[in-house]
Design a protein around this ligand. Structure first.
Ligand code: BV8
Ligand code: ZN
Length: 266
């Protein structure tokens, strides 16, 4: 089989034509624009990427795994670590709360917050524990993995809001029973909050458009939500500057930053 060696000039021409075609092609297809404008039931699943433009470090985006004191984050954020060294887990979350306290929602959070008033049935499920969707005005956010802004008692399950409290360091104790508390987040190896996944999965199975924004889609069961939407017939759209394991099941991939792309939907 003789393979024709393309002349450099032809290769350059072809790539130019291709780039013009891509550049002139609207980022958001007419199909998506019209489905978005006509939709009544929309679900959005977000990950760390939606908060990247607010300055929140992502976990995997960009290939490196976030580490704390030499420990990979999914070891630090594991049920096993909680058993072994509660003070160390609190040091990790106290540090993250300290970083987050200075950060604000970005245009991606704001766009998603606007969408809740635009559709009859709008569901926002997030893997983020940073609370930035709520700070942007999103209501009834399904926090699949909990929030760094809450603590939960290891004995009586009473919860405390850490936003108001001056808890900076160490292990907080329960105002109800005085026992030690834990971060109210879902650690690896732990079940999601009761009903959280079920609610998201239920909405995914009836939504018309499902947006997957800023997630590497490797953590389960959260990553199965767009799969449920797809198999239920929803139009699935990924917003991410990088391809993910979900890209191939999406009807449309908007390759770019959420803070630049989501506002384009108005
Ligand atoms: C459980 C809270 C029952 C704590 C977190 C099935 C198969 C394989 C493994 C499992 C499975 N089922 C269960 C497991 C085990 C495990 C799991 O999924 N492991 C993975 C690593 C393979 N799951 C669990 O343990 C879950 N519990 O299943 O319980 C059970 C128990 C045991 C065994 C069986 C069943 C609990 C998981 C929840 C853990 N807690 N967070 C904390 O925050 O510290 S997970 C945490 O990591 C986040 O919440 C999030 O879910 C995940 C990080 O992912 P992303 O948010 O997507 O962030 P990432 O950095 O990876 O990617 C960012 C993306 O954004 C990139 O793609 C990047 O390109 C993009 N991006 C960057 N900038 C932008 C952008 N996009 C748009 N705009 C930009 N500007
Ligand atoms: Zn208690």
């Amino acid at each position: 089989m003789i393979r024709e060696i393309a002349s450099p000039r032809r290769a350059l021409l072809t790539s130019r034509i291709l780039m013009q075609a891509v550049a002139s092609r609207p980022l958001i297809s007419d199909q998506l624009r019209s489905r978005f404008d006509r939709a009544q039931r929309v679900l959005v699943l977000t990950g760390a990427g939606v908060s990247a433009e607010s300055g929140v470090p992502t976990f995997r985006g960009g290939g490196q795994t976030a580490v704390w004191k030499g420990m990979p984050f999914d070891a630090m954020s594991s049920g096993a670590m909680l058993e072994r060294d509660l003070p160390a887990v609190w040091e990790w979350f106290n540090y993250r709360r300290g970083v987050l306290r200075t950060l604000k929602p970005n245009p991606a959070h704001d766009a998603i917050a606007r969408w809740q008033n635009r559709f009859d049935e709008f569901t926002l499920a997030t893997q983020n524990v940073d609370g930035l969707h709520i700070a942007a005005g999103s209501r009834s956010v399904i926090e699949l993995h909990g929030s760094v802004w809450r603590a939960r008692c290891l004995t009586c399950q009473a919860r405390t809001d850490l936003r108001e409290s001056d808890h900076e360091n160490g292990v907080p104790t329960c105002h109800e029973c005085g026992d030690p508390m834990r971060p109210d987040v879902v650690l690896f190896g732990e079940m999601l909050p009761v009903g959280a996944f079920e609610r998201a999965a239920m909405q995914a199975s009836s939504c018309e458009v499902c947006f997957v924004v800023g997630t590497s889609a490797v953590v389960y069961p959260a990553a199965s939500i767009p799969e449920i939407a797809r198999s239920a017939g929803a139009y699935v759209v990924e917003v991410n500057p990088e391809p993910t394991p979900l890209s191939e099941i999406c009807h449309e991939v908007l390759a770019g930053k959420a803070g630049e792309i989501l506002p384009l939907f108005g």
